[in-house]
Design a protein around this ligand. Structure first.
Ligand code: CIR
Length: 261
């Protein structure tokens, strides 16, 4: 893999207002505002990577903007996920096409299911949430694919929301933030440093660390303060319409970064 940093993204689909809402409360989505918020996300992301890769739009898939769920990428390898939400399996082909020039692809097959939102990589450690979307076979497949490359796969049980990364995310090299009370305190063992944020700000626990910067949801003062106390440069993003589709910051991109990240 080259040393250029890249992020894969996909346009907001025409049918975004029909996005799956399994965990949030369904409220009408303002698609114009959603498009503005997505454009702001893309513009910010562009400042922190060398190149954006646009996957072909997939308007038939209302959730297709949430590309993260479709692949797990590290060390020049992409495991193409088999979504735990059947209709979302149609999104994968376009993601594979967009990734193909840059990484080797390994497609996950039945009976595996996995959503990339359940996968948190911090350096050589890959934490995988066992959830309604990600099954044991999916976790084993990830282990078999990435262990030979030197990664340690850690299964995380007890994910109650949609995905593991609804309650935690990487904020810097070797550091994650996580929601108090939503994960066992020893989930990350001694492998990574944890910044805990309060339950009432749980939506903000999904932040996107990219190029030494942290993109976070606007309107969460405690989380913001804790990141600033760590000396992390942050940009706050309005995500009201993305949240209504059960999405957050990491969901809308796949980072192809150097392995040290
Ligand atoms: C879904 O239910 O699959 C989408 N509406 C939301 C997916 C969010 N993805 C993510 O957190 N990685």
């Amino acid at each position: 893999m080259s040393h250029k940093t890249r992020a894969l993204i996909r346009a907001l689909p025409v049918r975004y207002a029909e996005a799956t809402v399994d965990y949030g409360v369904r409220v009408p989505i303002n698609t114009e505002l959603a498009a503005i918020q997505h454009a702001q996300y893309v513009a910010e992301l562009a400042k922190h990577v060398d190149e954006l890769i646009w996957a072909e739009p997939f308007d038939e898939g209302p959730d297709s903007v949430f590309v993260e769920d479709q692949a797990v990428v590290a060390s020049g390898l992409a495991v193409l996920a088999r979504s735990g939400h059947t209709p979302r399996r149609l999104e994968r082909a376009g993601i594979a096409d967009a990734l193909r020039p840059f990484v080797e692809l390994i497609p996950m097959e039945a009976p595996c299911t996995l959503d990339g939102g359940d996968v948190l990589r911090v350096g050589p450690h890959i934490f995988v949430g066992r959830s309604a979307r990600t099954n044991d076979a999916g976790i084993s497949f990830l282990r078999e694919s990435f262990s030979p490359l030197g990664y340690q796969i850690h299964r995380v049980d007890g994910t109650k929301g949609l995905h593991l990364k609804c309650v935690c995310s990487k904020i810097a090299s070797g550091t994650v933030m996580a929601v108090e009370g939503r994960l066992q305190p020893d989930t990350f063992q001694d492998f990574v440093d944890v910044v805990w944020v309060p339950e009432e700000e749980s939506y903000a626990a999904n932040a996107l660390a990219v190029g030494g910067h942290v993109m976070m949801a606007a309107g969460f003062p405690t989380t913001r303060r804790r990141l600033l106390e760590r000396g992390l440069p942050i940009t706050e993003m309005s995500l009201s319409e993305i949240r209504k589709g059960d999405g957050a910051l990491t969901c809308m991109s796949i980072l192809l970064e150097s392995d040290a990240e």
